[in-house]
Write a protein that binds this ligand. Structure first.
Ligand SMILES: Nc1nc2c(ncn2[C@@H]2O[C@H](COP(=O)(O)OP(=O)(O)OP(=O)(O)O)[C@@H](O)[C@H]2O)c(=O)[nH]1
Ligand SMILES: [Mg+2]
Length: 468
């Protein structure tokens, strides 16, 4: 069976390369607002695990379609020899600088590539396009038209009418925003234009679905590793005689927080790599500011569990049940401590970050003292980290490779909470094991990864996380 191959053609600057980039998951495709960015054909095979499942050819836009069509009309005698005339046109104009673009884009079509004709549905239809469509029709190759919406205006109605006369299948497709299902639908539509590709494209869709599941599982694993690392992290160092404990303590706490952030960032990088996004510029405005980040009240409120939910996990134990904790003061009720005795010490203590982790000064076996920070004691902490990671994962997974702007992760847009009580208890059991370093770490991480994977698979876990 031959691999389905498609030439993406159309007017300059209509999003051809963007569509190629999205469908081939390739961020190296050149895209720009300047017409004429693509100067020559380039092939982009879509491969999963080394197997090419289809191939796309990015082409330069038509430059002189009307002149080309005139030449063809002058030379054609009847409808029978039209494909032959297009071929002759290309042969005779290979060296003609006036028709470089036409020769380039028509060559793969004459060699058997399917046609994907791209127009911008936010701009009105114009006669210029008729010559392009007519030439494509003359090639006799199977074709499909895509209406890409670049701007705000909507002329898709008139485009549908015009395109419908030349193409059997016309689809609206947003190159930048197309989610997985839209891409799959488009591939299946490709199968409609040529019978012999139908099987191959169905198989391609099957492979893509499997790949998606594999990526979700991998992401969950990476996130579970991160959580395990963060929850159990301890940073300790020996105190030189005569050092000011308070100074060292502050520096140590700062370093500890830095370590956690590095772990979070590494997880982000890995998830992005899983989805073939290696050059993403992340805009996580909160990330630079330690105390505004993982440790900010706002983040806790957005991603953590509510007090009631925490109590339901059993993590608070007797303290909560006995009503010892009553933090219903300006949102602080969501920022619960670990149920250590210090709760009685008051609300404000829990709002300072050094209470989040254990800070101990111990005698060092080799003499002198040692200060150690960690492991994380705050039971809300893993939920905060997980919520942020899930939001990031969803944005990355849904992001097309044609979208080149920075990735904006704004937790204020959405909240994540484990709504199911049973699920919460299962999370808490694993978090607690990690906190206490109970049992085999490997087993705990695997179980945690499974739970996270279930969350990743919840459709639209966050509503429109990427909207401004
Ligand atoms: N908002 C929006 N912009 C898009 C969309 N598709 C393409 N663009 C933008 O339109 C411009 C042209 O996109 P390209 O993919 O480079 O277009 P092209 O047809 O390959 O252009 P040439 O190679 O110059 O012929 C770029 O700035 C894209 O970011 C879309 O669906 N939505
Ligand atoms: Mg291009």
């Amino acid at each position: 069976m031959t691999v389905p191959i498609f030439a993406i053609v159309g007017h300059p600057n209509k999003g051809k390369s963007s569509i190629v980039s999205t469908l081939s998951e390739d961020e190296s495709v050149a895209i720009s607002p300047i017409p004429g960015t693509t100067m020559e054909n380039r092939h982009y095979p879509m491969a999963v695990d080394g197997e090419v499942i289809y191939e796309l050819i990015d082409t330069p836009g038509f430059q002189r379609a009307r002149a080309a069509l005139e030449w063809m009309r002058r030379h054609a005698r009847s409808a029978v020899d039209r494909a032959e005339i297009v071929r002759r046109f290309v042969e005779e104009h290979q060296a003609d600088p006036a028709f470089v673009a036409e020769c380039q884009l028509l060559t793969p079509i004459l060699e058997g590539a399917g046609i994907l004709y791209v127009v911008d549905g936010s701009r009105p239809f114009g006669e210029d396009y008729e010559a392009e469509m007519e030439i494509l029709r003359w090639t006799g190759q199977p074709s499909l038209a895509l209406i890409n919406m670049i701007g705000e205006s909507d002329y898709s109605g008139e485009w549908q009418k015009a395109l419908g006369q030349y193409f059997r299948i016309v689809r609206v497709f947003d190159a930048l925003e197309a989610d997985f299902d839209r891409r799959v639908q488009l591939l299946l539509a490709f199968g409609e234009i040529r019978e012999e590709w139908r099987g191959a494209l169905k198989k391609a869709v099957h492979i893509l679905r499997e790949e998606r599941a594999r990526r979700q599982a991998l992401s969950a694993r990476v996130m579970a590793e991160m959580l395990a690392g963060m929850i159990s992290h301890v940073r300790s160092s020996r105190l030189a005689p005569g050092t000011d404990i308070n100074e060292v303590r502050a520096a140590q706490l700062q370093a500890y927080k830095q370590d956690l952030m590095v772990m979070e960032r590494r997880c982000r990088d890995e998830v992005e790599q899983i989805y073939n996004h290696s050059n993403l510029e992340r805009q996580e405005p909160l990330v630079q500011l330690l105390d505004e980040d993982l440790f900010s009240n706002q983040t806790w409120v957005l991603f953590g569990l509510t007090r009631k939910q925490l109590i339901a996990t059993g993590a608070l134990g007797g303290a909560a049940a006995g009503g010892v904790i009553d933090l219903a003061v300006h949102g602080a009720s969501l920022l619960l401590g670990s149920g250590l005795g210090a709760v009685a010490g008051g609300v404000s203590a829990w709002l300072t970050s050094d209470r989040i982790a254990n800070v101990k000064v111990l005698g060092h076996p080799l003499g002198g003292e040692e200060i150690s920070v960690g492991p994380m004691r705050n039971i809300n902490f893993p939920y905060v980290v997980l919520g942020r990671a899930l939001l990031h994962q969803q944005i990355v997974a849904e992001r097309t490779h044609a979208y080149r702007g920075p990735i904006e992760i704004n937790p204020q847009l959405s909240t994540w909470q484990v709504s199911d009580a049973g699920m919460r208890r299962r999370f808490e059991k694993l978090f607690s094991r990690l906190r206490k370093q109970d049992g085999y770490r490997e087993d705990t991480v695997s179980l945690l990864a499974e739970l996270i994977e279930d969350q990743i698979r919840v459709p639209k876990l966050f509503e429109s996380p990427s909207e401004p």
